[in-house]
Design a protein around this ligand. Sequence first.
Ligand code: SF4
Ligand code: SF4
Length: 324
Amino acid sequence: MIRNEEIKQLAPIFGIDAIGITSAEDLIDARRLRVAYRGFPSYHPRSFLKKARSVIVGIENYYARGRPLRPEEGEIARYTWSNYYYDLRTRLKELARFLKRAYQMRFRVFSNGPLAEKPLAVKAGIGYYGKHTIIINEKFGSWIVIGEILTDLEIEPDQPEENDCGDCRICIDACPTRAIEKPYQLNWKRCIQYLSNHRVEIPLEIRRVWGNRLYGCTTCQEVCPKNSRSRPTHSIPEYGYVGPGFSLYEVLMLDEERYRRRFGSNQIGARWMELACLKRNAILALVNRGEKSALNHIIRFEDDPDPMLKEIARWAVEELQRWI
Ligand code: SF4
Ligand code: SF4
């Protein structure tokens, strides 16, 4: 069995902020903690590498100081300013190739992939679930993306992380939609993070507290005391860079081709969302800003062939006309 320190000491060489190791056994207890953000993650690492024995879990701290928003821009959630998943995956692949040369191992690498990353991170001692259901690392807080190297090497595992939030409930009280219904229990149907990248009906009371969000929501992370000492450890990756904001008016004018060109290497355009959802979010943000000058831009969606855009545009026009 390989000592886990032998692997962990390589983290800074590959620009990985921390590494934890766990076994590749099925995640028997993980279902209890599952957060239904994206489909159904797998709890069976060996279904991706038959003879897997260990999972090397790595994290990248994506905290960065971004430029200020321009007045015409809606906010993009911090973890989407660039494609951090791609960046971490690249670093983990480099580490895996290095280990392969040293140990002849077989491997698969994922980040934001099919494996249940959060329970793996807990089991590998990387962090614990905050009450907002996001993983918190003692050093970097919750501003982390998680990735894994699945390997047939047998590596000494770390102890699971057993910390928790204690009596704090700041994120629960700060959530604008009351999506954190109780500690560690998120109602994703009320969570702007989920709603903003899915084709779903947005309840009226959530439309009214949407704010200036173009993509995602990080309010529960912004208020968390565990993030108060966050510091950047990397420059923002160039691949997939979109930055902290984007013009709401420009979004309304994008066609598919320009959308894929502008957002295609970022996780927004690469995998996650339809252009129509981004346009819907832009309309919600413009209404929340009470931007009467947006009326002319929104009216043209009132007869859009897409029923979601048609519905949101008709609602938005009514809302904005009240301000005139
Ligand atoms: S991401 Fe936003 S909406 Fe979702 S739980 Fe956090 S604060 Fe609430
Ligand atoms: S705000 Fe408090 S309760 Fe919420 S995740 Fe942070 S420490 Fe935990």
